[in-house]
Design a protein around this ligand. Structure first.
Ligand SMILES: [Zn+2]
Length: 385
């Protein structure tokens, strides 16, 4: 399974200007290669190299950097053509499409540059890298990352990494190929109910309250609205920084929630039953203040994190249809809209059981998961002729 890990570089002033100059140089070069590619009807990489490699070397790029620039440009055109074919830029002749087709692809001065192991080497013990720049190789360049990210890097990093710059900060984005654990046979299923008031509720009793996250989002939204009214450049910049910070915050919370849930499954030898997410936004009708809180990408991200952590740990996972899970009684199976008496409370009209609404839903999902798993196992048994 592929995991992408980002580390932040901590250069001193001289190193920072070398990194910055390097990105600008290679992206200038990429823009030139892109023009050459464009006027030559975007030839294959091999052909493009014949047109550009010698000149890039003459400009002082190393052999590796020159090849990476050429490949980066060719890959960008491949992506563009795939997008055109898929109709992502509109129909033939549409304004957007004509604009994209009528000029060479351009690269921002700080656009990502790929590095292979010959231009970039990692020293995990000292948390440093040695990296090629146009001003020579920088050794002992420190980087920062979380302890478990470092472990993943150390054990599984493979292939190329990208150097990028964002707001004057440099990052390396590394690809890690992490082996998946073998899946165990689950002793039961833990249902995971996702919601707005409670982000996640499990049938084993864990609950991640959304209160703090929602309050945070509301505050961010208020600030955003204020900034949006001002249409200055600095307001725009701060707006961007805000939404980035918010995303970071949500991502962090999602990581913690996902980890807690997967660890719980591992500890109890259970599998996880998750609701299919398509349409969480349309399914839930919202009163206005809640609209602030809900963003489908945040739920999709949480589900993604649970899936990949489960796969890494060998925890069996099934997706089940969440339809009526909030109206069905986990005890007797009676489905009734009136079972759900408020956002938080559930009282079965048939058997009289009273429960926390999200907790009840998580138990319903748990049972659906066990059923789906059993059905899947039966279907795996070869049929007798
Ligand atoms: Zn009941």
């Amino acid at each position: 399974m592929k995991i992408v890990t980002q580390v932040k570089l901590i250069p001193d002033a001289a190193q920072a200007s070398a990194l910055s100059a390097t990105l600008r140089t290679v992206n200038d070069a990429a823009n030139w290669v892109s023009e050459v590619a464009f006027v030559n009807d975007v030839p294959r990489e091999y052909e493009l190299r014949k047109h550009t490699y010698a000149q890039l070397k003459e400009q002082g790029l190393g052999a590796q950097a020159a090849q990476h620039v050429i490949k980066k440009v060719r890959d960008a055109y491949t992506t563009l053509h795939a997008n055109l074919r898929a109709g992502n830029l509109g129909r033939k002749g549409s304004k957007r499409r004509v604009k994209a087709e009528s000029k060479p692809i351009t690269f921002r001065p700080e656009a990502a540059q790929p590095y292979d192991d010959r231009c970039l080497s990692w020293q995990y013990d000292t948390q440093t890298v040695s990296i090629w720049t146009t001003a020579g190789r920088i050794k002992d360049l420190s980087f920062a990352c979380a302890a478990d990210a470092l472990k993943v890097l150390q054990l599984h990093r493979k292939g190329e990494s990208d150097l990028i710059e964002r707001n004057g900060v440099f990052y390396l984005i590394a690809t890690c190929e992490v082996p998946e654990a073998e899946q165990y046979e689950p002793g039961g299923f833990i249902g995971v109910d996702l919601g707005i008031v409670n982000i996640a509720t499990t049938s084993t009793g864990y609950q991640a309250a959304g209160r703090r996250l929602n309050r945070y989002r509301k505050r961010q939204l208020a600030l955003r609205t204020k900034l949006q009214k001002r249409r200055t450049k600095s307001a725009k910049r701060r707006l961007k920084e805000r939404s980035r910070r918010e995303r970071r915050h949500v991502k962090n919370s999602n990581h913690i929630i996902a980890k807690t849930i997967v660890t719980e499954a591992e500890r109890t030898g259970g599998g996880l039953s998750l609701e299919e997410l398509k349409g969480i936004r349309t399914r839930v009708r919202l009163r206005k203040p809640q609209r602030v809180a809900l963003h489908s990408w945040a739920f999709a991200q949480l589900a993604d994190f649970i899936v990949y952590k489960a796969r890494r740990a060998g925890v069996p996972l099934v997706f089940v249809d969440p339809a009526y899970s909030s109206k069905e009684c986990a005890e007797c199976g009676h489905v009734d809209r009136l079972n759900r008496i408020s956002q938080a409370r559930f009282a079965c009209r048939s058997c009289g059981v009273v429960a926390h609404a999200d907790r009840n839903a998580s138990h319903v999902l748990a049972r659906r998961g066990a059923t789906a798993w059993a059905a899947g196992r039966e279907s795996r048994v070869p049929s007798i002729p």
